[in-house]
Design a protein around this ligand. Sequence first.
Ligand code: IPM
Ligand code: MG
Length: 351
Amino acid sequence: MKICILPGDGIGPEIISHAVRVLQALDLKFEMAEAPVGGAGYRALGHPLPESTLKLAKESDAILFGAVGDFSLDTLPRELRPEQAILGLRRELNLFANFRPALVYPELVQASSLKPEVVGGLDILIIRELTGDIYFGQPRGIRTLENGEREGFDTMRYSESEIKRVAHVAFQAAAKRGRRLCSVDKANVLDTMQLWREVVTQVGRDYPDIELSHMYVDNCAMQLLKNPKQFDVIVTGNMFGDILSDEASMLTGSIGMLPSASLNEHRFGLYEPIHGSAPDIAGQDIANPLATILSGAMMLRYTFAEAEAADRIEAAVKRVLAQGLRTADIFEPGTQKVGTKVMGDAVLAAL
Ligand code: IPM
Ligand code: MG
């Protein structure tokens, strides 16, 4: 079991180190190797996704990823900015299916900005297509028109096969959960999304026992706040999934709690917390390591088929929450505020 460790920028290195310690505490044999990525990759080797880092990633069975993003590098040409590391890995490794669960822990129900009766017991899974859509469509650019004015343009596109493969993944995920799949699109306005709806409907014929519904993305954004528990699994395109998964994360109270998996068709996966590099709190021992620790659990479950070990990590996290330990992002009066390290130690102890 070869794991490529990519800490990245900001709080990435801190939170990754705790996830690594948790994995190493299991009775499993991992081979781990670390490489620079994002702003750290640019500073060390002149590129956000250095060739040596990509090579290491390709030779591994899974990637544990921290976060990338560094404001001080935002003036670089786009291809050298930290975000290109994660986009490049998704593209190069064909990580087309992004799993973003949003789970409300009973202990954290008060941390949500929504009423407890709206979010209590929430357990939804957003499956975001990750290698197509307007993120990667060509042509794109900024051009000068005849009248001298500049115009920016990007291309939203999906091929049938791209829609099909993520739809299959979503139906199969729904089959293991509540058997309901909601496909989110904008078929009332966009041709790409009309095709999306047609193809998802077609794939649905192979899964007669899964209840398929369709929803426009604007309505979905509203329904997620109004009655999020109506959803089981949501499948959507790259850009809508980017936006809706951030929204869904906030239902749970903290983006610092949510892990994610980005998979190709061979169980190879990149596992990362869905929060970013948070440079404003980096190096201060206040970041929440739980999303990264839980990403390690997802890795065990999806890539290594070690469900029991994954359960153990998830149980350890629940136990620490039940003990009342909270990092600043999930703190509320009556609980005990702790730093990154104490939280990581507590998970290890619980494990
Ligand atoms: C995410 C992030 C990325 C995205 C950025 C960092 C490129 O927002 O993983 O959701 O837009 O996909
Ligand atoms: Mg995002």
